[in-house]
Ligand binder design. Structure first.
Ligand SMILES: Cc1cc2nc3c(=O)[nH]c(=O)nc-3n(C[C@H](O)[C@H](O)[C@H](O)COP(=O)(O)O)c2cc1C
Length: 172
């Protein structure tokens, strides 16, 4: 095998975490919000599933998490790349993204959040811990309830950095 040297600042792109999530939250001013997060993964499964994701504390989503201490992870399909790019391009600090982008939604079940229609799955979570490391934060959450379409993993949208999006390949 011939290996190419990768710049350490780009090395994270090799560690692809998997599918994107849209973190859906509610602000202290009662504005519903959502933001795509690529850096997410499972944390535990017993006695219930726990999840984690990495977030910039400057994001409105972080402020919403601090105040509401709950969130829903909505898993976009590869048909929803445009939704991901739009909701990841602006802050919900002053803007209602659902209104601005005319996003059809349904209500989460166990969390006060709005889930965009058409996602592959959704996980309602309570916030367990916020861990700040340098300029970023890790959010740990516990799943209260979850819903998915059959074979949700096949439809998920993945992001590897920059404008590189992909969909899951064949099962091996
Ligand atoms: C594909 C994609 C993946 C992203 N992944 C992350 C991530 O893992 N962590 C993060 O803090 N921001 C991530 N972002 C950036 C936020 O989604 C973006 O800054 C968003 O506008 C924040 O919105 P908010 O201020 O309403 O929370 C990502 C954006 C895109 C488009």
């Amino acid at each position: 095998m011939e290996y190419k040297t990768i710049n350490p600042t780009d090395a994270y792109k090799l560690l692809n975490c998997g599918g994107l999530v849209l973190v859906c939250t509610l602000s202290p001013e009662n504005r519903y919000n959502l933001a795509p997060i690529a850096w997410n993964c499972p944390l535990d499964y017993e006695p219930v599933s726990r999840v984690l994701f990495v977030i910039d504390p400057g994001h409105q989503t972080f402020k919403n998490l601090e105040s509401s201490r709950e969130f829903t992870l909505a898993l976009p399909t590869y048909h929803q790349k445009e939704l991901v790019e739009k909701t990841g391009s602006v802050s919900g600090a002053k803007l209602d993204k659902y209104k601005a982008f005319e996003i059809p939604f349904h209500d989460a079940v166990d969390v006060d959040a709005r889930i965009p229609d058409g996602v592959a799955a959704s996980l309602d979570c309570r916030l367990v811990e916020i861990l700040r490391i340098g300029s970023v934060a890790i959010i740990a959450g516990e799943v209260l309830s979850a819903r998915a379409i059959p074979n949700a993993w096949e439809l998920r949208l993945h992001h590897a950095g920059d404008d590189l999006y992909y969909r899951p390949g064949n099962r091996v």
